[in-house]
Design a protein around this ligand. Structure first.
Ligand code: ZN
Length: 247
């Protein structure tokens, strides 16, 4: 699969980020990978965008309503005393007369980062991560049978990362549980798991309590997967492979 299929004009979504994720996103406290998933969902979902706008407005009003820190009674006296204690200023040496210099060249506006080809078909938040990676076809790398990936946020020591996954039709992602939170958004096709059916724009969230085996339907699936901790695969063989692939 080299390109995302064209989007429906108004995808019907049934799975949205939960209120905690939207709140953390609005207040800037969601980690970069999950933020990328939520921001991508907002490009599909007017309802969640409205909720985030409302949360951001609440946050701004709450900050403005905070009382200013009161000044101590002697703050002015202490500031004046510090000024008095400074050494007398020394006159600077006379500067040479300025020499006329040629006018600097007019600044040239640097072009905004652009992505083209396959990368241009992704939601704007994802494109920001793709621009340094590719102009044209994305650098898909094999991850497992029927599964390819493009790493957007490299895995950290605590297992946080974000990656695009391209999965062939009727392919299952191996059963796994989570050592942190997992956020996934469907960018093409869809998948099913024990929690439901996910289609374009839908967000799947899973935590330590969830063990699942996402399975792609008859269409190729592209999704953005962000984790805040490593996945734990049920199969020892897959576990070994995943540790090498830093999944
Ligand atoms: Zn939504």
């Amino acid at each position: 699969m080299n390109a995302l299929p064209s989007r429906p004009v108004a995808p019907v979504m049934t799975h949205h980020p939960d209120v905690l994720a939207l709140t953390d996103y609005a207040f800037g406290s969601l980690r970069v990978g999950p933020s990328l998933v939520v921001a991508s969902h907002l490009t599909f979902c007017f309802n969640c965008r409205d909720r985030v706008d409302t949360l951001e407005a609440w946050g701004g009003e709450a900050l403005e309503s905070l009382p200013p820190d009161p000044l101590a009674d002697d703050a002015l006296d202490r500031a004046l005393a510090r000024l008095d204690a400074l050494p007398a200023p020394v006159a600077p040496p006379a500067l040479p007369a300025p020499v006329a210099s040629p006018a600097p060249p007019a600044p040239v506006a640097s072009p905004a980062p652009r992505v083209t080809g396959e990368a241009a078909e992704y939601p704007a938040p994802v494109r920001q991560f793709l621009s340094p990676l590719a102009s044209g076809h994305l650098p898909w790398q094999p991850l497992g049978p029927g599964i390819r990936q493009v790493v957007l946020v490299k895995p950290t020591s605590d297992g946080s990362c974000a990656r695009l996954l391209s999965i062939r039709p009727r392919t299952a992602f191996p059963r796994h549980s989570h050592r942190g939170l997992e956020y996934a958004i469907v960018l093409a096709g869809g998948f099913d798991d024990e929690q439901g059916r996910y289609r374009l724009g839908d967000v799947a969230q899973a935590d330590e309590r969830v063990s699942h085996r996402p399975e792609v339907g008859d269409e190729p699936c592209v999704c953005l997967l962000a984790t805040t901790g490593p996945l734990h695969f049920s199969s020892p063989l897959v576990r070994l492979y995943a540790s090498l692939a830093r999944l």
